[in-house]
Design a protein around this ligand. Structure first.
Ligand code: UD1
Ligand code: UDP
Length: 424
């Protein structure tokens, strides 16, 4: 049986990989193992809990205020033994984090084929987003299979010389994940508990939801962002501003300094919330102010306008659709663009309920179908003196002890024509 080792480390990777992992687990003809670097800890565990994912390997590398060298070195050295123990036929990675880069590199060093989900997003500015643009490009160089979320992402890969038979347009798995949690929210019991949890918002006022964490804004950029948020909350008391604050100390320090002192009645700072709660907040919001990648994709799915506090985006589709605007990280521009949308109904209505370019909620299904078709063809690499070659492994060979899978079932027949699956 072909073994797939999925490696991830942060909140967004976990959310976007959860639909794929859950499907893989139900396949009788593919064997799935999960390794988390735990580059994030609490924010990762929140997602693992929601989706009921129990990692087979947990590297637990997160340290307070870690830098890129810490994450890269720790994850790379620990992944060697995980891949040697798991002996996968394929390593699956997602997105653009340092874990994505390092997992691709570790698999490459051990000559294990790599499949990359969410391939092909680009700004072509190597410092923005930093370090994600380069992480994603390195993953492309290494990947044997590329799952591009959109046709635009596929076109980037083709332009860079990636062979057409290695690229599949699948839609973004974040839409699958979002639909899953939106279904959870439909339950009256869950909704009641969310309303109780966020009862401070039950004022009838409109909500502006805020997140921020990009490294290229750290320092002055982040202070500017916080000053703009403070001015907005002061100028528009009829709105509630809700900001679940990322755990990175480079974010928390300016937020506490500029927004945490002399608290405004309509500015609600919270800890990062788990995904069901966050989906509820997005659904209830009027406008979203963020620098997040994933939220750009989710917001348009929910019909919500987004202002992106960045100078570039590797997701131009939302801008083309008219649901998203780039407002940079300067105080004046963030304030004026946000203030305009909140005070000018006709400008606001131009950005609402735009067509979602990121997928139809079936990306994971397409990815699994392609993997099932392609796994028998995945190239086996030749042995050399220092490279481990992985023959087909049988279970019970004394390697890592795995939990038995309960209720294993077939995940269905492969789709008939998927070589260039397109989101509808
Ligand atoms: C990381 C990714 C970024 C991704 C983001 C999603 C890299 C270089 N950065 O950025 O691409 O968009 O995650 O949120 O891969 N922390 C905690 N608990 C947590 C998570 C973080 O305390 O659960 C704190 C720790 O002090 C940690 C710090 O945040 O050292 C930074 O975490 P890190 O993963 O290095 O960077 P992010 O800014 O989270
Ligand atoms: N998210 C969450 N709780 C929060 C903030 C965000 O569950 O408090 C989710 C959000 O819905 C999206 C993902 O986390 O799916 C985005 O993570 P982040 O912005 O940290 O990373 P990025 O997408 O920018 O890489």
């Amino acid at each position: 049986m072909h073994r797939i080792l999925t490696i991830f480390g942060t909140r967004p990777e976990a959310i976007k990989l959860a639909p794929v992992i859950k499907r893989l687990e139900s396949c009788s003809d593919l064997s799935s193992e999960v390794c988390v670097t735990a580059q994030h800890r609490q924010m990762l565990d929140q997602v693992l809990d929601i989706f009921g994912i129990e990692p087979d390997y947990d590297l637990d590398i997160m340290r307070p205020n870690q830098d890129l060298f810490d994450v890269t070195a720790m994850a790379l050295s620990k992944l060697k033994s995980v891949i040697e123990q798991s002996r996968p036929n394929l390593v699956l990675v997602q997105g653009d984090t340092t874990t994505t880069l390092v997992a691709s590199l570790a698999a490459f060093y051990l000559k294990v084929p790599v499949a990359h989900i969410e391939a092909g997003l680009r700004t072509y500015d190597k410092y923005s987003p930093f370090p994600e643009e380069v992480n994603r490009r390195v993953a492309t160089i290494i990947a044997d299979l590329n799952f591009a979320p959109t046709r635009w992402a596929k076109a980037n890969l083709l332009r860079e010389g990636v062979s057409k038979d290695k690229i599949f347009v699948t839609g973004n798995t974040v839409i699958d994940a979002l639909y899953h949690v939106l279904n959870i929210i439909k339950s009256a019991k869950v909704r009641d508990s969310l309303e109780a949890k966020f009862n401070f918002l039950r004022t009838g006022r409109k909500i502006v939801l805020i997140t921020g964490h990009r490294r290229e804004s750290f320092g002055e950029g982040f202070r500017n962002i916080c000053k703009a948020i403070r001015k907005l909350a002061e100028t528009l008391p009829a709105y509630d501003f809700v900001y679940p604050v990322h755990l990175n100390p480079n974010v928390r320090s300016p937020v506490e300094d500029i927004l945490g002192k002399n608290r405004l009645h309509n500015l609600h700072l919270t800890e990062p919330v788990e995904y069901v709660s966050f989906a509820y907040l997005m659904k209830e919001s009027y406008l979203i102010l963020t620098d997040s990648g994933g939220i750009q994709e989710e917001a348009i799915t929910l019909g919500k306008p987004v202002l992106i506090m960045r100078n570039t985006t590797e997701r131009p589709e939302g801008i083309e659709a008219g649901a998203v605007k780039l407002v940079g990280n300067k105080q004046g521009n963030i304030f004026s663009k946000c203030n305009e949308l909140l005070t000018n109904e006709s400008e606001y209505s131009k950005m609402v309920n735009k067509e979602n370019p990121y997928g139809d909620g079936k990306a994971a299904e397409r990815i699994i179908d392609i993997l099932r078709q392609r796994m028998p063809l995945v190239k086996k690499y030749e042995s050399s003196t220092h490279i481990t070659v992985y023959p087909t492994v049988s279970d019970g060979d004394g390697r890592h002890a795995k939990q038995p899978r309960i209720g294993t079932q077939t995940c269905g027949e492969p789709a008939k024509s998927i070589s260039h699956a397109q989101p509808t």
